[in-house]
Design a protein around this ligand. Structure first.
Ligand code: UD1
Ligand code: CA
Length: 463
């Protein structure tokens, strides 16, 4: 006989103000690893297979749902934040009666799916499960009060606790799982007669005990899983922990990080074998690094694909680019969106490339600006070459054929085409198409004024 599994409905409490963030931005929208705190919690809720995810929002108003537009979430407005019990109450009318309910927190982003699975496994039709932890300094957390026999009796909030209760080291993390049917009954009889005048979710524990419902406790594998964000300092601490975890996972896969403490991934990295990343590298969005790719120190790479064997030297900024195999980029190169660089190309120092295709084996080695261009194969672009792609109103394209040589200090005034095998003399301003296979140059004739003297300062004695 198979029994129908009761649906899992997850309620994320995210209405709080976050006063100590001292920010206009709602707390749960502050970013950790490049994503809002709440996005981490939502991802966790999806990972454990929540059938419905409810988010209680309030402070910051519609900014919070707006940030998650397009995602399947049930938004529940809690216009006044009257306590965690009151928050959960707002969602319950929309929760299926036969559901198992799991309560998560929008400002506690690092909770692990393994821990949540254990919490759910401990909960049952007649069992409420809470996640607790032992702290030497239990601080502001609610304390878990147990009977002599060890059974949980209730949770007491710090502000309501006696001196004896304050000494309890087992604390309430807030995470909880219980059947909707039981929660509905308990929440209906909550009151706010306590030190903070709030409807405490934690009061349901004593109610469960009174109803003869078992209270099971589960502990997280890591202390950081239950750490919340209440200040910028705590946000920074969690960021370091999160980055450390990501760095560990990458090293586990074989990525060499010269110093995992000086590496930041704010997005997703897919890395091949023998990838080496030097210190102070920041990766954002989706980054793909092929086998043997090396990233030099102090580079920022966002939404880019860099293929096998390519070396990015120090201090490069690469965004929205697709870079081929065995290229050499930098040091000090800036590669902007919609750029494709084919295999074995070299982009050197103080070069900016934007919205351009650079052909196989081509070189732009120093001090150039190449934008809105198509550059063929084995082209050599001399130092200080500028594509003048903007006439003040419109952008125009520059087309450079294969095997072209562009002399240093050339301006290519777009729209302009340089044919295959063309040779452009240094210092030229090329405003009309340059034919293939020919030398084209535009240069003012050099002259020397014989006997010329430097001007003297008026009134000077000519010393
Ligand atoms: C709560 C627990 C405490 C636990 C601690 C863990 C209660 C009464 N106490 O205390 O036992 O040790 O968490 O951090 O539950 N929220 C709403 N709406 C509200 C009130 C809160 O959405 O009306 C959200 C907040 O945004 C926050 C979370 O619920 O994310 C916890 O609220 P908070 O006021 O910080 O609870 P604590 O006093 O820390
Ligand atoms: Ca809190």
């Amino acid at each position: 006989m198979t029994t129908k599994r009761s649906p899992l409905e997850i309620v994320i409490l995210a209405a709080g103000k976050g006063t100590r963030m001292y920010s206009e931005l709602p707390k749960v929208l502050h970013e950790l690893g490049g994503r809002p705190l709440l996005a981490h919690v939502v991802a966790g809720a999806r990972a454990i297979g929540g059938d419905v995810i409810h988010v209680i929002y309030g402070h910051g108003g519609e900014q919070v749902p707006a940030r998650f537009a397009g995602e399947t979430l049930k938004w529940v407005l809690q216009s006044e934040q009257l306590g965690t019990g009151h928050a959960l109450m707002q969602a319950m009318p929309q929760v299926a009666r036969d559901a198992m309910v799991l309560v998560l927190y929008g400002d506690v982003p690092l909770i692990q799916t393994g821990t949540l699975r254990q919490l759910l496994a401990a909960a049952g039709e007649r069992t409420l499960a809470i996640l607790t932890a032992e702290f030497d300094e239990p601080g502001g957390y609610g304390r878990i009060v147990r009977e002599r026999g060890g059974k949980v009796a209730r949770i007491v909030e710090r502000k309501d606790a006696s001196a004896e209760e304050l000494a309890i080291k087992e604390i309430n993390t807030g995470f909880l799982a219980a059947p909707a049917r039981l929660l509905n009954g308990w929440l209906a009889s909550l009151n706010n007669e306590n030190a903070q005048g709030e409807y405490y979710l934690t009061d349901v524990i004593a109610m469960a005990v009174a109803d003869g419902v078992e209270v099971a406790t589960v502990q997280p594998a890591w202390e950081w899983e239950i750490m919340g964000v209440n200040s910028k300092r705590e946000l920074a601490q969690l960021e370091r922990i999160y980055q450390g975890n990501q760095a560990d996972a990458l090293m586990q896969q074989g990525v060499t990080l010269r110093d995992p403490a000086r590496f930041d991934l704010r997005g997703e990295l897919s890395a091949g074998r023998d990838v080496m990343i030097d210190i102070n590298v920041i990766l954002e969005g989706r980054v793909e690094l092929g086998d043997g790719v090396e990233i030099g120190p102090n580079s920022l790479i966002r939404d880019a694909r860099i293929d096998s064997g390519t070396v990015v030297q120090a201090n490069c900024v690469i965004e929205g680019a697709d870079i081929g195999r065995r290229c050499r980029i930098g040091p000090f190169a800036r590669i902007r969106p919609e750029t494709r660089i084919a295999d074995a190309a070299h982009i050197g120092n103080f070069v900016e490339i934007k919205k351009s295709d650079i052909g196989e084996g081509s070189k732009v080695n120093h001090l150039s600006n190449v934008g809105d261009s198509e550059v063929g194969k084995t082209v050599n672009i001399g130092a200080g070459t500028i594509t003048c792609n903007y006439d003040g109103v419109n952008k125009h394209r520059t087309i450079i054929g294969d095997h072209v040589f562009i002399g240093s200090g050339t301006q290519l005034v777009a729209p302009v085409t340089v044919g295959d095998d063309a040779f452009i003399g240094a210092g030229s301003t090329i405003a009309r198409d340059a034919p293939s296979g020919e030398l084209t140059l535009s240069r003012v004739k050099q002259r020397t004024i014989a006997g010329w003297r430097r001007p003297k300062k008026r009134g000077s004695t000519g010393k």
